[in-house]
Write a protein that binds this ligand. Structure first.
Ligand code: FES
Length: 572
C-alpha cells in the first residue's frame, strides 16, 4: 500500500530463517498481512513516575485506532520518560540519555513511522531529538495541559504560584498550613503544567516547528478533542510513511525561524532555547544563539499567560490557541516552512480567529512590545547568556551592583538567609557551578530565592546571574545559561564578592567591571572548583565528559547530527 519500500520489510519479507523469526515472534494472533503494512511505533513516555504524562496511555489507544483505520500496524513502545518534579538531581541531566535511548529503540526495531507522545518538560525535546537523528516519519502528540485549578476563588498556575506562595510563606504573609492546602487545587487534573512553562512552551513550539498536527498543541489533557486529534494523528502518520515525509524533508532553518517567532509571541520558556538548539544540532541545521535574538527579540508577546501575564493554558486554548497567535504575526513567519501535513504552516492560519483578545492580544496592543529572548555577551559571558525581558523587572534591565557570589546551590542555601549576609536590593546575586558540566545537568536554580531580610523589606526582584537554567514557570530579572559555564573555564568562575557587575539588556551586555589584565590573572578559588561535579562512573561520568555548553544546546558531542535509520549490522 505504500509508495516507498517499507523499512520494516528488512525484517519481515521473504522466507529466510530470520524473517520467519521476526514474524513468528510478533505474530501472536496477527493476520498475515499485518507485516505488509506500515509499522508505526507509538513512543509513549507515560509512567506512574511521569505524572504529567500518565494519561498518554489512553491517548496511545486513540492513536492506535487511527493507525489501524488507515491500514497501518500500531505498536506501542514505552520509552524513557522524565517526571520533571520527581527526577533528581535534575531532569535535564537525563534529557540526552532519554533521547539516546529513544533513538536507539527506534532504529533497532522494525518500524516505519513514529508517533511521539510527550508532555512533561523534557519529554517532547528528547522525542524530537531522537526522531531527528533517526530520521523516520514522525509526528508529535502533545499530552496537553491540566485544567485550571482554583484555591479560595483564585486560579493557581502550576509552578509560578508555587514560587509566589512559597515566597509569601517566607515573607510571613501566608501560613504553612494554607500553603499545603493548595496542593491539590494546583494540580487539578491530568496533564502537564498549565502555565507558559517549559511543557506548554515545547508543545506549542513543536507545533510551530511543524511536527504536530496544526491546531492540536495546547488542547487540555482532559478535553475529548485531544483523543480525536490523536486518532487523526494515527491516520496521518501512515500517510507520512507512504509519502516518505521524514523530519529531514520538512524541518529546515525556516521551521526553526518560525519556532523562534512563536516562542517570542507566546512569551515562552527560556528552556526552549536550549532544546531548539539541540534539536537543530541533530538535523545539522546551523542554528545559533544569536538567531534567537535576531529573529525573536523584536517580536511582541501576545499571549497573556502566567508567568509573564494573567491567564492559563485552558484560556489560551479557548481563545484560539497557537494558530490564532501565529495569525497575528503571520508577516513574521517564513511561508516556506512545511509541517507534518505536507502543507506550509502558514496555510493553516487562514481560519484561526482570536476568540478572546484579553488572552491573545492584538498585535497593536501586545502584552510586551519586544518580548523574545535577549542574548547577552560581555566579559562575563563570552559565549552568550540569555535573559527573558517579559519575565524581568523593567527597572532592572539596566543595572550596576555589587556581586554576592555563591559557589554552589548548597552554598547558596546555607548563606542566603543569614541576617549578616552583606546584601542589599542593588546587589547582584551570582550562582556558579550550575552549568551542564558543573552540577551536572544544568538545573533550574538560576531564579534564586531572594534573601529573607530583603523580602521582608518588600524587595521582590533582584538581578541574578547563573550558568544554570530557570524554570519556565519562574519570573525575575535573571541572566542565565551563562556560557562557558564556570566548570568549563568560563569567567564566571573568577568573579569575587564585591566586584561590580553591570547589566545592560538594551546594549546586550553583561560584564564584571574588572579590567582584562586582572581578570586574566585570577584563578578560580579552591572552594569554587571543589563544588564542580566529578562523577566517577555511569551516565553522569559519560555526560560530564561529553556534554556541550548551553549556547549549542547542551547535547553530547557525539550525539550531534543524524545517523539515519539504518542499523549497523543485521542480526544473524
Ligand atoms: Fe510536568 Fe511541569 S512538572 S510539566
Amino acid at each position: 500500500m505504500s509508495a516507498v519500500a517499507l523499512r520494516s520489510t528488512q525484517w519481515y519479507s521473504g522466507d529466510v530463517r530470520n524473517a520467519y523469526i521476526h514474524r513468528a515472534w510478533m505474530r501472536r494472533g496477527a493476520p498475515d498481512d499485518a507485516f505488509d503494512r506500515p509499522q508505526i511505533a507509538i513512543a509513549n513516555t507515560a509512567s506512574d513516575l511521569v505524572p504529567c504524562n500518565r494519561h498518554l496511555t489512553e491517548v496511545a489507544a486513540a492513536v492506535r485506532d487511527g493507525v489501524h483505520a488507515a491500514g497501518g500496524t500500531p505498536l506501542e513502545l514505552p520509552v524513557m520518560g522524565l517526571g520533571e518534579t520527581q527526577v533528581r538531581p535534575t531532569a535535564m541531566l537525563w534529557r540526552n540519555l532519554a533521547a539516546m535511548q529513544m533513538e536507539e529503540a527506534f532504529r533497532a526495531n522494525p518500524v516505519d513511522g513514529l508517533v511521539l507522545l510527550g508532555g512533561c518538560d523534557k519529554t517532547i525535546p528528547s522525542l524530537l531529538m531522537a526522531a531527528a537523528s533517526v530520521d523516520l516519519p514522525a509526528v508529535v502528540v502533545p499530552g496537553g495541559p491540566m485544567l485550571t485549578g482554583t484555591f479560595r476563588g483564585v486560579p493557581l498556575g502550576c509552578g509560578t504560584d508555587v514560587f509566589r506562595l512559597s515566597e509569601e510563606v517566607r515573607a510571613g504573609t501566608l501560613s504553612a498550613e494554607d500553603f499545603t492546602r493548595s496542593e491539590s487545587a494546583m494540580i487539578r487534573s491530568r496533564g502537564h503544567c498549565n502555565t507558559m512553562g517549559t511543557a506548554s512552551t515545547m508543545a506549542l513550539v513543536a507545533e510551530a516547528l511543524g511536527t504536530v498536527v496544526p491546531g492540536l498543541a495546547g488542547t487540555p489533557a482532559a478535553d475529548s478533542r485531544l483523543l480525536e486529534a490523536a486518532h487523526g494523528t494515527g491516520r496521518l502518520v501512515v500517510e507520512m510513511v507512504a509519502a516518505d515525509r521524514r523530519p529531514s524533508t520538512f524541518l529546515t532553518r525556516a521551521s526553526f525561524a518560525n519556532a523562534i517567532v512563536a516562542l517570542a509571541a507566546i512569551g515562552g520558556s527560556t528552556n526552549a532555547v536550549v532544546h531548539l538548539l539541540a534539536i537543530a544540532g541533530r538535523l545539522g541545521i546551523d542554528l545559533t544563539l544569536d538567531d534567537f535574538d535576531r529573529i525573536g527579540s523584536g517580536v511582541p508577546v501576545l499571549v497573556d499567560l502566567l508567568p509573564a501575564g494573567r491567564f492559563l493554558m485552558e484560556d489560551l486554548h479557548r481563545a484560539g490557541g497557537l494558530l490564532a497567535v501565529l495569525g497575528e504575526v503571520r508577516d513574521l513567519l517564513d511561508p516556506s516552512a512545511l509541517t507534518v501535513t505536507g502543507r506550509p504552516l502558514v496555510d493553516h492560519l487562514d481560519d484561526a480567529p482570536v476568540w478572546d483578545p484579553e488572552v491573545i492580544r492584538p498585535r497593536r496592543a501586545p502584552l510586551v512590545d519586544h518580548g523574545g529572548i535577549a542574548v547577552l555577551r560581555g566579559n562575563l559571558a563570552p559565549g552568550g547568556a540569555v535573559v527573558k525581558p517579559a519575565a524581568a523587572s523593567p527597572h532592572l534591565m539596566r543595572h550596576r551592583g555589587r556581586a554576592v557570589v555563591f559557589d554552589s546551590i548548597e552554598d547558596f542555601h546555607a548563606r542566603i538567609d543569614d541576617p549578616d549576609l552583606d546584601v542589599d536590593a542593588d546587589s547582584v546575586l551570582v550562582l556558579r557551578g550550575c552549568g551542564p558540566r558543573g552540577y551536572p545537568g544544568m538545573p533550574e536554580v538560576a531564579n534564586m530565592p531572594l534573601p529573607r531580610k530583603l523580602l521582608e523589606q518588600g524587595v521582590r526582584d533582584m538581578v541574578r546571574v547563573c550558568d544554570g537554567r530557570m524554570s519556565g514557570t519562574a519570573y525575575g530579572t535573571v541572566v542565565l545559561h551563562v556560557a562557558p559555564e564556570a566548570a568549563a573555564g568560563g569567567p564566571l568562575a573568577l568573579v569575587r564578592t564585591g566586584d561590580v557587575i553591570s547589566l545592560d539588556v538594551a546594549a546586550r551586555r553583561i560584564d564584571v567591571e574588572v579590567d582584562d589584565a586582572e581578570l586574566a590573572a585570577r584563578t578560580p578559588s579552591e572552594a569554587t572548583t571543589a563544588a564542580f561535579a566529578r562523577p566517577a562512573r555511569g551516565w553522569e561520568r559519560l555526560y560530564v565528559d561529553h556534554v556541550l555548553q548551553a549556547d549549542t544546546g547542551a547535547d553530547l558531542d557525539f550525539l550531534r547530527g543524524s545517523s539515519g535509520s539504518q542499523v549497523s549490522r543485521e542480526s544473524h
